[in-house]
Design a protein around this ligand. Structure first.
Ligand SMILES: Nc1nc2c(c(=O)[nH]1)N[C@H]1C(S)=C(S)[C@@H](COP(=O)(O)O)O[C@H]1N2
Ligand SMILES: [Mo]
Length: 197
């Protein structure tokens, strides 16, 4: 009994990066107003260092393979939430739709409302990354990025861009909104890459 009670807690602790505290709630963290985008309006643009730019509408996205992801979520403001359940299109499945040019090194994620965030190609193409439209079995609520958000579980959650509008592939990294404003260009929570030096 005693052992059963403590064991999951110890396991959880190993999943919490340094300087983070667990929360059961799912706080909303948005800079500025919350965009209002209807699914039918979504035109996901994939452009830049690709052989042919491509725009995908809602139906195009739903026609791609759909996957589930359960992942921990770490905000740089020090809260973490374990086992968040998403459903959507895995980034590698989405990327089957375009061919990257060899020059592509990085991606700048663009959002409705003007938010941006940067990722290296390697961080972006990770197998678990997902373009999510569903959260805990329900349509992704608007405040959490609905209708469509990126989820990059291995980096701080500011990389998990809400209200995604497009991916721009670049031959040289360009910094996004928080990265320009002093946050780390990469943001690995296990290395506490919170701020740029
Ligand atoms: N477009 C956009 N995406 C964003 C943000 C934002 O302000 N605008 N905030 C980021 C930050 S700092 C965090 S912690 C997570 C929070 O996601 P949540 O509101 O679903 O918890 O979204 C990230 N994605
Ligand atoms: Mo955050």
């Amino acid at each position: 009994m005693f052992g059963n009670f403590f064991k999951p807690k110890n396991l959880d602790r190993e999943r919490v990066p340094p300087g983070q505290v667990l929360t059961e709630k799912f706080p909303v963290l948005t800079y500025g107003p919350t965009p209002s985008v209807r699914p039918e309006e979504v035109k996901l643009e994939i452009k830049g260092q690709v052989e042919a730019a491509k725009t995908l509408g809602w139906q195009d996205l739903l026609a791609l393979p759909q996957s589930d992801l359960t992942a921990d979520f770490h905000c740089v403001t020090r809260w973490s939430k374990l086992d968040v359940k998403w459903c959507g299109i895995r980034v590698p499945d989405l990327m089957q739709q375009v061919r990257l040019r060899p020059e592509a090194q990085a991606v700048l994620v663009h959002c409705y409302g003007g938010y941006t965030t940067n990722l290296s190609l390697e961080d972006f193409l990770r197998a678990e990354n997902i373009l999510a439209h569903t959260l805990f079995g329900q349509p992704l609520p608007r405040e959490h990025g609905g209708p469509l958000r990126l989820v990059v579980p291995h980096l701080y959650a500011w990389k998990s861009a809400k209200w995604v509008r497009g991916f721009e592939f670049l031959d040289k990294e360009e910094l996004g909104f928080w990265e320009v404003n002093g946050y780390h260009r990469r943001g690995d929570p296990w290395k506490e890459e919170r701020f740029s030096d």
